[in-house]
Write a protein that binds this ligand. Structure first.
Ligand code: GLC
Length: 423
């Protein structure tokens, strides 16, 4: 390990330590995101494990899963310690849950993280005990998704762009544009105090995001009916891919726990064919399907690539995607941009509309490897290492310059630096 790498990983470890809270969970970033976020917890747990703190790695996921709703839904934010730093807070959601949480979910990446901890924890007795206790909850999350969120093609429906994890991706412009915006935000946005407005979603988007929250809240947060209750319902590729992988990863370890894998395997197969149905032949890309607008939506964005992570692409489709990704990087200093850089909706500084994210690069590289594109995956890893070494553990990066933008000292970027980038 060279001196530069040493300091990159020390730095990453320090970021995680700074963001860990007395309550046993790690916030994505101090100030900007002061709570526990659902899908962030997956990579964060892997980061703690890579740092050798296995107890914290398990605790991270245990804290998250302790906030699961009776239906199996795992909320996208858990408001463990109420803070004035964030909007929308618990009173805006009004879910009446204990602990206070939002009423929507996020990609079930923590499931795969739990399986990896179970496979890799050197203390086998601990692995068995702690994974065994999580097992029914992880399975219930997948069962809920499969039961309550299956869309017309068999892929999973997100009922809010926030559920996708890729909040303001150009993919959502069409379906979100049809949601009538509320007139005014009840409180000022806090994110704009620390990050430039040019790097964040617009106020108009926020007024529509809140309209969806209000509609679901007015229907009483019925997690069995959200796809019908809300004004936004889109079958998403990445969300479904992460759920597919979650189901098949659980199925793979089921026998070790003496559990039956067949229902999980059947879920994974169903979800995978749901993704397959979202292939757009003309665009040669997987695209989300807007259930209300009855069409595939958006330009080629990061969500489509993640079909490979779930093994849902045919070899020919995977090949087409890999070639396209190579072309995307040609005019840019760093990849992978989160939107086709030739598309008019590409914005290299604005959040999910173009910037590079470590979390996406990691999932893309793993997906490429699954199809044998190892050299391409290694290139993405090397490029990401360079980016993090030069610009630190930022929330996201400008693909033209490599400048770190958005929040700083970001947990999942730090965690993946430890779990993926540092050899
Ligand atoms: C933003 C991202 C989301 C992430 C959260 C916390 O909302 O869009 O994916 O989970 O921040 O990092």
């Amino acid at each position: 390990m060279g001196p530069r790498q040493m300091s990159t990983s020390e730095n990453a470890h320090r970021v995680l330590q700074r963001n860990r809270q007395p309550g046993g969970y790690t916030v994505p970033a101090e100030g900007l995101y002061p709570y526990q976020w659902c899908w962030d917890s997956g990579p964060i747990a892997l980061g703690w494990a890579a740092a050798g703190d296995w107890d914290q790695a398990w605790t991270e996921l245990e804290r998250l899963m302790s906030a699961q709703w009776d239906s199996g839904m795992v909320p996208h934010i858990i408001f463990w310690e109420v803070s004035d730093d964030y909007f929308p807070g618990p009173e805006d959601w009004g879910t009446q849950h204990d602990p206070p949480t939002t009423g929507i979910t996020q990609p079930p990446l923590p499931v795969t993280a739990a399986v990896r901890l179970c496979q890799q924890d050197p203390d086998r007795a601990r692995a068995k005990e702690r994974f065994g206790a999580l097992w029914p909850k992880l399975v219930a999350w997948i069962e809920w998704l499969d039961r309550a969120r299956r869309g017309p093609h068999g892929a999973l429906v997100v009922v809010h762009p926030w559920e996708s994890g890729m909040d303001n991706a150009p993919t959502w412009d069409g379906p979100l544009g049809r949601v009538p915006a509320i007139d005014e935000l009840p409180l000022a946005r806090r994110d704009l105090e620390s990050v430039a407005a040019s790097q964040r979603p617009s106020n108009e988007e926020y007024r529509r995001y809140m309209a969806i929250v209000e509609a679901l809240r007015d229907r009483g947060w019925n997690t069995e009916r959200q796809a019908e209750d809300g004004p936004f319902a889109v079958e998403d590729v990445a969300f479904t891919a992460i759920a597919t992988r979650a189901a098949s990863d659980l199925a793979a370890v089921a026998p070790e726990l003496g559990q039956d894998a067949s229902a999980l395997e059947a879920s994974a197969t169903r979800l995978r064919s749901g993704i397959a149905a979202l292939w757009d032949d003309e665009m040669e890309w997987f695209r989300p399907y807007d259930v209300r607008g009855e069409q595939l939506v958006g330009p080629a964005t990061a969500t489509g690539v993640l079909a490979m992570w779930a093994n849902a692409a045919t070899p020919a489709q995977a090949h087409a995607i890999a070639i396209r990704l190579g072309e995307w990087s040609e005019g840019l200093k760093y990849g992978v941009p989160t939107c086709d850089p030739e598309h008019h909706l590409f914005e290299p500084e604005r959040y999910w509309r173009g910037p590079v994210w470590v979390i996406v690069n990691w999932l893309v590289a793993e997906g490429l490897s699954q199809y044998g594109f190892d050299a391409h995956a290694a290139e993405i890893r090397a490029m990401t290492s360079e980016l993090v070494a030069a610009a630190g553990d930022s929330e996201y990066y400008d693909p033209r310059t490599g400048e770190g933008i958005g929040g700083r000292g970001f947990s999942w970027s730090a965690a993946l630096t430890l779990a993926w980038l540092v050899p």
